[in-house]
Design a protein around this ligand. Structure first.
Ligand code: ADP
Length: 453
């Protein structure tokens, strides 16, 4: 067992994570996704927009100019290499930048709940919204953004700094552990990014932020947030301190019921924007199985097909960290160049491994399930299940199987999946998978490879 380092994920060998570790895992995955998404994720799906006031016109923009941003901000946007708004930004930006609506009872801001997968431009969107709403002449905190972990807060902070590069009058402070400030000293920075606990301290106990003066509140990664003990309550306590006129914005990559319930408590009268994930399908995948008697024979079979699979890029999945480490070492001994992605690595190390693989520096990536969940490596066209995915009860994990080898409709290049069977149990899992997807998986004779070549 490895010691947990900062920013690492603890992975339990048999795949069943104790609760706390699973939650930590979610934050680490989210961070990893942020680090590897150096460009927008493509999507052909339409954005769904639900307006609070269905009678008001629905604005969407196709260019950043239409948003009438301050020159300094537009310069920042272009400097980041953005040419036009992403799918979600087309609708979210005009909504977030809209003036509050005036009612006799007082003005009401345009609040927003937005959901789309990682890499679709949410962070860039709310960063731009915060920077546009700030008045740099006022030396107090006006925008407050909370993120689930220290690392995620830093990552978002970097985006704010980068986007605001040509707008140096606007200052940013980090409300994260270790950043100690004196009680009563008022913060001058206009934007604060932090974790819920520290932000709450700064607003209530230390009173260095006056929550009544906040005009934009952003809650990022709501799904990760509620998975962390105490964060939900802290977030709600922060939100309760803010004035009614404060614009509330909430973002999430996924939207289970629990996230939805939380979102509705934090964001009153919301506009809602949703972007569906591309559907995954097995239709364009050739699926095979190879029959072996044990781990060693699986290795031999893998070596036999190695030449065929490395024509493209391949990912090999193992059930445990130990098997993954062993397999990578054995393949290396055979003279193959492989990369290993493993649970004991820090998020930074993992991001570096994935980046190298993406660039094609290594053509084969050996990994465990927990480690690679949620990572999209689009160009991988060969998947080897050295161990079949199963849940903690030993049944087929169909969802993971689909996610490992499924292709989105749009990137529906033909793919190849090879499942290695070495026991009655694994054969049983294979049969369950065949049945679930109602697709036959053919036997592959590794001495006769014409089929896959
Ligand atoms: P999310 O918060 O949904 O994960 P990000 O805002 O982090 O997405 O964006 C993902 C990646 O795409 C980042 O590298 C970001 O710099 C880039 N990006 C965001 N918006 C645009 C855009 N309009 N044009 C080009 N790239 C963009």
């Amino acid at each position: 067992p490895s010691k947990a380092k900062k920013g690492t994920t603890k992975q339990v060998e048999n795949g069943t994570n104790v609760e706390g570790e699973e939650k930590e895992d979610k934050a680490a995955q989210s961070l990893l996704n942020k680090m590897i998404h150096t460009s927008l994720v493509n999507t052909t799906n339409q954005v769904e927009v639900l307006q609070r006031d269905p009678n008001s016109p629905l604005y969407s923009v196709k260019t950043f100019e239409e948003l009438r941003l301050k020159d300094k901000l537009l310069k920042g946007v272009y400097d980041m290499g953005f040419n036009r708004p992403s799918k979600i930004q087309e609708n979210a930006l005009p909504m977030m930048l809209a003036e509050p609506v005036y009612y006799p009872s007082g003005s009401r801001p345009q609040n927003l709940i937005a959901q789309s997968q990682s890499g679709t431009g949410k962070t860039a969107a709310f960063t731009l919204a915060m920077l546009s709403h700030v008045d740099p002449a006022n030396k107090w905190t006006q925008c407050l953004c909370i993120a689930p972990t220290y690392e995620l807060a830093l990552q978002t902070g970097k985006v704010i700094e980068q986007m605001g590069k040509f707008y140096p009058e606007v200052k940013l402070a980090y409300a994260i552990r270790g950043n100690k400030l004196d009680r009563g000293a008022k913060l001058q920075e206009q934007i604060v990014i932090g974790t819920p606990g520290t932000v709450l301290d700064w607003c209530s106990k230390l009173k260095i932020i006056d929550p009544k003066k906040i005009s934009v509140f952003v809650l990022d990664e709501a799904d990760v947030m509620i998975a962390t003990q105490g964060h939900q309550d802290q977030s709600i306590r922060i939100q309760r301190m803010l004035p009614k006129e404060c614009q509330m914005l909430l973002f999430s990559a996924t939207f289970e019921d629990s996230v939805w319930k939380f979102a509705e408590r934090v964001v009153p009268d919301p506009n809602i924007i949703k972007l569906k994930r591309e559907e995954e399908t097995l239709d364009t995948i050739k699926q095979y199985y190879v029959l072996c008697s044990d781990k060693e024979e699986k290795f031999t079979a893998l070596c036999n097909i190695y030449g065929a699979i490395t024509i493209a890029q391949a990912m090999i999945f193992c059930h445990t960290r130990r098997t993954a480490g062993w397999l990578a070492a054995e393949l290396t001994k055979e003279g193959h160049v492989v990369a290993l992605l493993s649970g004991e690595m820090t998020v930074e190390q993992r991001a570096a491994v994935i980046e190298r693989f993406r660039e094609g520096k290594e053509k084969v990536l050996v990994t465990t399930n927990v480690c690679s969940r949620g990572i999209d490596v689009e160009q991988v066209s060969v998947v080897i299940n050295f161990d079949l995915p199963m849940d903690k009860d030993g049944n087929a994990d169909n969802e993971t199987y689909l996610h490992r080898i499924g292709r989105t409709g749009r990137f529906g290049k033909r793919g190849l999946a090879v499942n290695m069977i070495d026991s009655k149990h694994s054969m049983n899992i294979l049969n369950q998978i065949e049945e679930h997807f109602n697709k036959k998986i053919n036997k592959l004779d590794t001495d006769d490879l014409d089929e896959i070549e």
